[in-house]
Design a protein around this ligand. Sequence first.
Ligand code: EPZ
Length: 421
Amino acid sequence: MNEPQKLIVNGGRRLEGELRVHGAKNSALPLLSAAVLAHGETVLHNCPALTDVDAACRILTHIGCKCRRSGDTVTVDATNVFGGEIPDSLMREMRSSIVFLGAMLGRAGRCRLSFPGGCELGARPIDLHLSALRQMGADITEQHGYLDCDVGKGLRGTKIVLSFPSVGATENILLAAVTAKGETEIHNAAREPEIVDLADYLTKCGAKIRGAGESVIAVDGVERLEPCEHSVIPDRIAAGTYLCAAAITSGELILTNCCPEHMNGFLQVLETMGTKIYTYGGGKMYISVKKRYTAPPTIRTMPYPGFPTDIQAPFTALCATAEGTSVFVETIFENRFRHVPELVRLGASIKTEGRVCVVQGVKQLSGAKVCAAELRGGAALVTAALAAEGTSEIGGLQYIDRGYENLEGALRSVGADIKRI
Ligand code: EPZ
């Protein structure tokens, strides 16, 4: 029985150099689902090599698509989609597989999938997805942990008001609406860049969408979508994680193939902490950090364009060695501080109370054996270990590999002493 993999990090090395940012996981996944709607071969460039992307390709293959990867281009031939059931085993691999529901209903008219279930961040309900699709005419019965969905005479456009700007629900409604009969309006829609990327792809396939990126999105249903070529936007959370790694080691980094305008929710926090950030054109930006940076004021995670919940964990690691005390309020998920006890093992001084986390900056972290319990928390442990004195051992890499392409290779290329065993 082979031992689970671990990262071994010898901290204290300054990061210095240039890093290319990989394509966005949270854009690639809905785009792979959207390819189901196009009758033919979709080509997705800048598609990151992540285990979540592999899981999405397994689901596509299971429902009749042909997927193949060459470099960072993934091709999805959705000529023959036979719909049907997404088995529990595949659904359990990745809870965001719920975003296949809208596309399957749009293309095949029916779908049976198991409840995605909770994950490491909390309950992850899908009530907003289901109520919206039901409003569009889908008949969805929930029994024995399975969802049986059927569009009957076909999905119809309607006005949908989301009680929360849910990213996944907005994506599922978009995917169901583009070939529904009539017009759909989504009010209080999510405004994330990944929504805009999805709408750009669907529009190139022939969909009629207005207002993506705003709180009201209007979709005029069309008969049929034809495939197209598309490039996945850069991953703003991976970029932000690299910036935290540079900052915590008082280093300096150039990032390429990134999109600074998608990162305003946290770039100005980094600037208030005393880091120097320059953004150039052409997807390039630079960060440099003097010795000790100051703790930011209260950080409250918010839907886009606010401070993104996905970068909260790496930021709590960064603030663990800031000058002063920071307060984080996690307004999006109910259980997103699971990295905190592990950061405390690395010498951080952090207290959590419900959705609030208070980080008291300490002078120096010290290496320890820690384990990731979810994706971004795992990134936080790597970030902290880079600055911790001595050797750290990080387990739970299966979580980190879901959202970061070769994280240790990237960090090693700019000076970190990190290896996977
Ligand atoms: C997407 O998840 C991302 N995942 C998450 O990234 C990200 O944290 C989240 O958006 C918020 O930005 C993907 O895009 C694959 P939500 P999603 O629906 O769509 C509640 C990462 O680390 N809610 O906007 O699931 C929900 O419980 C992952 O890359 C309902 O109550 O996020 C949560 O509290 C983690 N009912 C809040 O809304 C619903 O029907 C935000 O969820 C749906 C959501």
